[in-house]
Design a protein around this ligand. Structure first.
Ligand code: PLP
Length: 448
């Protein structure tokens, strides 16, 4: 496992993150446990802020869907980033964390009237409109609220990012945004420009996720600026700002080679400038929406090893006390991860094993074929790069309580998400009167 952020191996041979011994963290807070490296998370925010905001006056929106808690909101706010939210729930979280609402951008392909009303009431910075239904609804709601909502339109530029099929969103056959190629994008722009209660400030696209080919972004810029020139010819309007979404790839395994953020920024902003000049457009402000590349590498999950099952000549299954409930990505996208035994972090690998989760699904495998020192019950397994799309996608399948999350820094560890309890699991369950206990006893007594 590659050591990232503040990770190091201490005198005891234990993995340390943020100056905290992870074996002690496991003991103190229990497992599974999400560990968030504060310094690393902030460093990732800063890299983006420097590369886009300080250098080019661009705006960096942290994609909340990758990892959002009240404490995470506070850090993002402090680092000067803006926030991309996609639901009333994420919006509410930002509000409760007192995130500056003018720095909130509201995304989503099917926002409800209630969500749009909430966004207007909170006075978010931008609403990223996805489709004509939403546009009409927003215009009506903004009119009723007596405000003019600033909006950007989400477009589908038909650019293919080099990444896994399931997380590709830039192609034409997509549930997100309006297609440029078939005229639907031009149509919605004309509609937006004709409405009184919305003000169109710019255009948006998001070409995919876990992208390593910076060229994909230059290609997106080409399509978007070319289209902007067409829009100006037809309508006279041109975008003041252009949002190119997120998608920068991170290191999960040795197969991944992340690009430096500064290179991404220089390449994208230069492409936008050059293209704007070539098309005789004003140079739009560049917005980006990184999620995974900020939160992903800063997160680690600790598990305790339980049953070790060897099927001679076939495979050794090492079961841990979590799995698809806290990290659905391997089951969902065949995602790959690295791991080590945190309590024997300095030891050389001795054999190839596979890490199984504890859910009742054969597909609940966290890692296939990883080299580790021979694992034994009680060992602490640390899986790296779990900061993005883990906690945010976690679930209670098999009624497993969701893990706690601790924020670590300079030897201090603070809970930022409490571990779910069994009572949390039944909190919303309701037993109707007719299924009351006396009734159950009666049926049982009826003699079956
Ligand atoms: C998911 C998403 C992002 C963030 O993507 P990452 O790959 O996590 O950087 C940004 N913008 C939009 C619209 C998204 O859907």
């Amino acid at each position: 496992m590659k050591l990232q952020g503040t990770m190091q191996i201490n005198d005891k041979g234990h993995l340390e993150i943020g100056g905290c011994d992870t074996v002690e963290l496991a003991e103190r807070f229990g497992t599974p446990l999400y560990v968030l490296d504060e310094q690393y998370f902030r460093q990732n925010c800063r890299n983006y802020y420097r590369a886009f905001t300080e250098k080019y006056d661009g705006i960096v929106l942290y994609a909340a869907k990758t990892l959002l808690t009240l404490a995470v909101c506070r850090m993002v706010a402090e680092e000067g980033l803006s926030l991309d939210v996609v639901s009333g729930g994420e919006l509410y979280t930002a509000k409760k964390a007192r995130f500056p609402m003018e720095r909130v951008y509201f995304h989503g392909n099917n926002k409800s009237a209630a969500e749009l009303k909430l966004a207007l009431e909170y006075k978010v910075g931008r609403i990223m409109v996805d489709n004509p239904h939403e546009l009409q609804m927003l215009d009506r709601l903004a009119g009723e609220a007596g405000v003019r909502a600033k909006i950007m339109l989400r477009l589908t530029p038909g650019v293919e990012a080099h990444t896994h099929e399931y997380i590709k969103t830039g192609q034409i056959d997509s549930k997100f945004g309006m297609v440029i190629e078939n005229g639907q994008a031009m149509e919605i722009i004309k509609q937006a420009l004709a409405l009184e209660n919305v003000q169109l400030t710019g255009l948006h696209c998001h070409i995919g996720s876990q992208i390593f080919e910076l060229q994909s972004y230059a290609h997106a810029a080409e399509v978007m600026l070319g289209f902007a020139a067409e829009v100006r010819r037809e309508t006279g309007w041109q975008p003041e700002e252009m949002n190119f979404g997120g998608g920068m790839g991170i290191y999960y395994t040795a197969a991944d080679e992340p690009q430096p953020v500064s290179k991404y920024a220089d390449m994208l902003v230069q492409a936008v400038k050059t293209l704007a000049q070539a098309h005789d457009l004003i140079v739009p402000r560049v917005l980006v929406e990184p999620g995974r590349s900020i939160s992903g590498p800063a997160g680690t999950t600790l598990y305790t090893v339980g049953a070790v099952k060897n099927i001679p000549g076939i495979r050794k299954y090492v079961a841990v006390d979590g799995g698809m409930g806290d990290n659905p990505r391997p089951a969902l996208y065949q995602s790959r991860y690295e791991a080590l035994l945190a309590n024997r972090a300095a030891q050389q690998p001795q054999e190839t094993v596979s890490i199984a989760g504890k859910c009742c699904e054969s597909g609940d495998m966290l890692i296939w074929d990883i080299d580790l020192p021979t694992p034994a019950p009680g060992d602490i397994l640390s899986v790296s790069a779990t900061g993005a799309y883990n906690y945010s996608m976690s679930m209670n399948y098999n009624r497993l309580p969701r893990p706690a999350m601790v924020l670590v820094r300079d030897g201090a560890a603070d809970i930022i998400v409490a571990r779910e309890t069994y009572d949390d699991l039944i909190r919303n369950d309701v037993v109707p009167e007719r299924l009351g206990e006396s009734r159950v006893v009666k049926i049982a007594g009826a003699g079956r």
